[in-house]
Design a protein around this ligand. Structure first.
Ligand code: ADP
Length: 161
């Protein structure tokens, strides 16, 4: 039984995240998608923790390998408590590398038995980020190509004037 954790803010989930989830499910028996309460990269989020959990549960409803959970506290402690063998992260471009490299090595220092696995999304999603999707939606642009339909609706509700 090989279990991995895919942590992130998922504010909101994009097709890029979903692509990584699908790829990870080919490698592991179970995947916990762990939604961070807040982190260093995002002090504040557009969607509350409960909204992000609900959106993720909807997104992963048909994937029986996925469990969605709240991540409160240190990732390695959460991974150890769940007997995970790996942490999954997505890598889009060189810009992701430095932060991810540092996190992976720090996590290994704290928990040498848990490997960090980096997955590259489909090329179409390499330019996609939650931040850019929120910016387009905020300015009234169409984000249908980047996120699932219910996320389009959720974004619309956030930005209605
Ligand atoms: P974080 O707050 O850790 O950056 P995100 O929710 O932005 O969390 O993303 C979680 C993980 O998914 C990170 O490893 C990030 O690099 C990755 N990720 C985000 N968007 C994409 C994408 N379009 N393609 C592949 N990986 C992605």
């Amino acid at each position: 039984m090989r279990l991995a954790i895919y942590p992130g803010s998922f504010d909101p989930i994009t097709n890029g995240h979903l692509d990584v989830i699908e790829r990870a499910c080919r490698l592991f028996d179970e995947l916990i998608v762990a939604v961070a309460l807040n982190d260093q990269k995002h002090a504040t989020t557009l969607f509350s923790i409960d909204e992000r959990l609900a959106i993720l549960r909807e997104a992963c409803r048909e994937n029986r390998k996925v469990r969605v959970a709240k991540l409160d506290g240190l990732l390695v402690n959460f991974a150890r408590a769940n007997e995970a063998c790996a942490i999954v992260r997505g890598l889009r471009a060189v810009s992701d590398f430095e932060f991810e490299f540092q996190m992976a090595l720090m996590n290994r220092k704290m928990e040498p038995d848990i490997e960090t696995i980096f997955m590259m999304p489909k090329e179409d999603y390499t330019y996609l980020s939650s931040r850019i999707v929120k910016e387009i939606a905020r300015l009234g642009g169409n984000v249908e190509a980047f996120v699932p339909t219910y996320v389009v609706k959720a974004l619309r509700q956030k930005f209605v004037k």
